[in-house]
Ligand binder design. Structure first.
Ligand code: 5RP
Length: 428
């Protein structure tokens, strides 16, 4: 049987959601889901509006009900939902009452396994309790820390006989794998709704799941650092700042020239003004792909110049950031070594060797520890703590995707204020 493609409208604006749904349907989406954020923002009106606009499609209300199962299922079905979700983690009594309500009002009940500890045995129990569909789901926040719904899909699929849906950051490749692992309903949110071209993205998933064979496509697992680097290379420092709740960049630190894109883990140097020994020795400590980050403590004497830059470039070191002065700006620009600094002067000091390499420093007003991720571009330099790097990189990519979608809407004639419906969201 042809797999079902369900597009999850995780939007907060109903008008935008409907416009996106029109495009997703043109690309081959079968079911249209009023996502939880949309329901929280617009209530059952979201379900009613989708029902009115898409008469030939099943509308799914992603209620994620945890309590009062009967009433929530009733109102969603009465508003036009054909399928209503509850949380698999809720009490059995909630499931049982939700099942009664679904039977009475003529809809199907989908139990979402998000954050359920023993997903397989809970799925078996949910089937016994009468749910129609089990949804193997890794939530958006869980995706950001590297969880994957396909890891448990096969086991859940073989433990139950009812329909199995899957959701959690799926793209054309992983959606096809989900089908090969036995999912009958493939739920895709971000990778369709935040695309510049929603129709084309939906079509790619459609074609991929329709062509999915029995083979689970094992995508090459990259080393985590390599994955983080690739993610950061795709996003801008504003995307990263947004992903970190508008975290500040290094203060007063500017790129030496336009068009730099620098990503790498930090090798830090705590320096004393006029001493260039430790900054330059750091180029022996730093490995390929790392960034040397120097607290120099003076905008009037440079610990770094062209020759140090050349040595680093030969080794594949990703760049240098200096809270303080740099020199040989023209040569560094010419060889295109990524460099950021707070000032430029012609004069250097002497190599005395008083500083320290790989200790915690403050650079541009931000704490930098050895191994933290440093990302620099035309906008400035961001620091991402090592332990949050994967999560922040994933979230920054989501920010970028959302911006890509907003940009497409602006290009069609709207202002940013209109796209975001800013007036509605002003603090009351
Ligand atoms: O229910 C959800 C989040 O809780 C999403 O709708 C679901 O995860 C699909 O979206 P995405 O493909 O972006 O993960």
């Amino acid at each position: 049987m042809r797999p079902i493609l369900q597009v999850a409208l995780d939007e907060v604006e109903l008008e935008r959601a409907v416009a996106i749904a029109v495009e997703a349907v043109a690309g081959g989406a079968d079911y249209i889901e009023a996502g939880t954020p949309l329901i929280k923002s617009e209530g059952m009106n979201a379900v009613r509006t989708l029902r009115e606009n898409f008469r030939d499609h099943v509308i799914v209300a992603d209620m994620k009900t945890m309590d009062t199962g009967a009433i929530e299922v009733e109102m969603a079905i009465k508003s036009g939902a054909g399928i209503v979700s509850i949380l698999g983690a809720c009490d059995d009594s909630t499931v049982e009452d939700a099942v009664r309500s679904a039977r009475k009002y003529g809809g199907k009940l989908m139990a979402d396994l998000i954050n359920v500890g023993d997903a397989v045995s809970r799925a078996v129990r949910l089937q016994e309790l009468g749910v129609d569909i089990i949804c193997v789901h890794v939530g958006v926040d869980q995706q950001m820390v590297g969880k994957d719904p396909l890891d448990i899909l096969k086991e859940v699929r073989s433990a139950v006989s009812i329909e199995v849906a899957v959701a959690g950051g799926l793209n054309p490749e992983s959606a096809a794998s989900a089908v090969a692992l036995g999912a009958g309903i493939v739920i895709v949110g971000g990778n369709i709704i935040r695309a510049r071209d929603v129709t084309a993205s939906a079509r790619r998933v459609r074609e991929s799941i329709d062509a999915a064979g029995k083979q689970y496509i094992v995508s090459e697992k990259k080393a985590r650092d390599e994955e983080i680097r690739e993610l950061f290379m795709q996003v801008s420092t504003p995307n990263i700042s947004d992903a970190m709740h508008r975290a500040p960049a290094m203060r007063d630190i500017k790129p030496l020239y336009e068009g730099i894109k620098m990503v790498g883990r930090a090798v830090t140097v705590q320096n004393f003004p006029g001493d260039w020994a430790k900054p330059v020795e750091a180029s022996d400590v730093a490995q390929k792909g790392e960034v040397i980050v120097i607290y120099n403590g003076s905008n009037y004497i440079a610990p770094w110049g062209e020759l140090a830059s050349r040595g680093c470039q030969q080794k594949g070191i990703a760049g240098v950031v200096i809270d303080g002065a740099i020199r040989d700006v023209d040569d560094i620009k010419r060889i295109k070594f990524p460099a950021f600094a707070s000032a430029s002067v012609p004069n250097a000091g002497d190599p005395k060797g008083m500083g320290e390499i790989n200790v915690e420093i403050t650079c541009g007003g931000l704490k930098v520890r050895p191994g933290d991720w440093i990302i620099g571009d035309d906008n400035g330099v961001m620091v991402v703590p090592a332990e949050r790097a994967y999560e922040v990189a994933r979230r920054a990519l989501e920010v970028k995707k959302s911006e890509d979608r907003v940009r497409a809407e602006i290009e069609r004639g709207k202002t940013l204020a209109q796209v975001m419906d800013l007036y509605k969201w002003e603090k009351k």
